[in-house]
Design a protein around this ligand. Structure first.
Ligand code: MLT
Length: 202
């Protein structure tokens, strides 16, 4: 059993995709519940806490430095998270979720798309970067992905998010990439765009 501390909130309206909420470094399972409700009111919410600690701050995989990832750990943790999602789907009786990940949570969601494409129905990647330098050939079969980047993001260079968009498109995902007048932090535009986007894929 892949035990993640997590929160689960059942759906309050039928027919909206469940969301897998993945917080940023130093966050926890409570962080994105409000965002999830704004993006898709009525969706079931599955929100795990990252199991890696960096100076006490929860994350979803190890890094060697900011923007430099321990890629063996990325692979291991993506598998572990994929198993958690499968177990949770059985336990709570939910469909494959759409990931909503911010920062480190967006990066593990991107890894999950590339390593275990069946786990997610789609993904909203907020301030994501390329999670693996040499990803396997994935077949994403038109899975919808919304990538929202910050024009002035000091952590994610524009070239990196463009590379991620290209990587996911080449793997067959239906990628929408928008660069917002923002930094690494989320803005109101992220919420609005994510809400409109998810309303159109469901
Ligand atoms: C990461 O480590 O995943 C990225 O640097 C984003 C972050 O968590 O700061």
């Amino acid at each position: 059993e892949s035990a993640f501390i997590h929160r689960f909130e059942p759906a309050t309206s039928a027919g909206s995709a469940p969301l897998l909420l993945l917080h940023g470094t130093g966050g926890d399972e409570n962080d994105l519940l409000g965002l999830g409700k704004m993006i898709s009111p009525g969706s079931a919410l599955l929100s795990p806490r990252g199991r890696v600690l960096e100076h006490g701050m929860p994350r979803f995989f190890r890094r060697l430095a900011e923007g430099v990832f321990d890629e063996d750990d990325v692979r291991l943790r993506a598998r572990e998270l994929g198993d958690f999602v499968s177990e949770s789907r059985q336990r709570y009786g939910i469909a494959a979720p759409v990931a909503v990940g911010f920062s480190n949570g967006a990066n593990i969601a991107a890894a999950l798309l590339l390593l275990k494409p069946d786990v997610l129905a789609g993904a909203i990647l907020l301030r994501a970067m390329v999670p693996l330098s040499d990803p396997p050939k994935a077949e994403l079969g038109g899975k919808p992905v919304l990538l929202l980047s910050g024009q002035a993001d000091p952590i994610v260079p524009a070239s990196n998010s463009a590379r991620l968009a290209a990587l996911l498109s080449q793997a067959g995902a239906g990628v929408t990439h928008k660069v917002l007048p923002a930094g690494h932090q989320l803005s109101q535009a992220d919420v609005t765009l994510a809400r409109d986007w998810i309303g159109n894929i469901a």
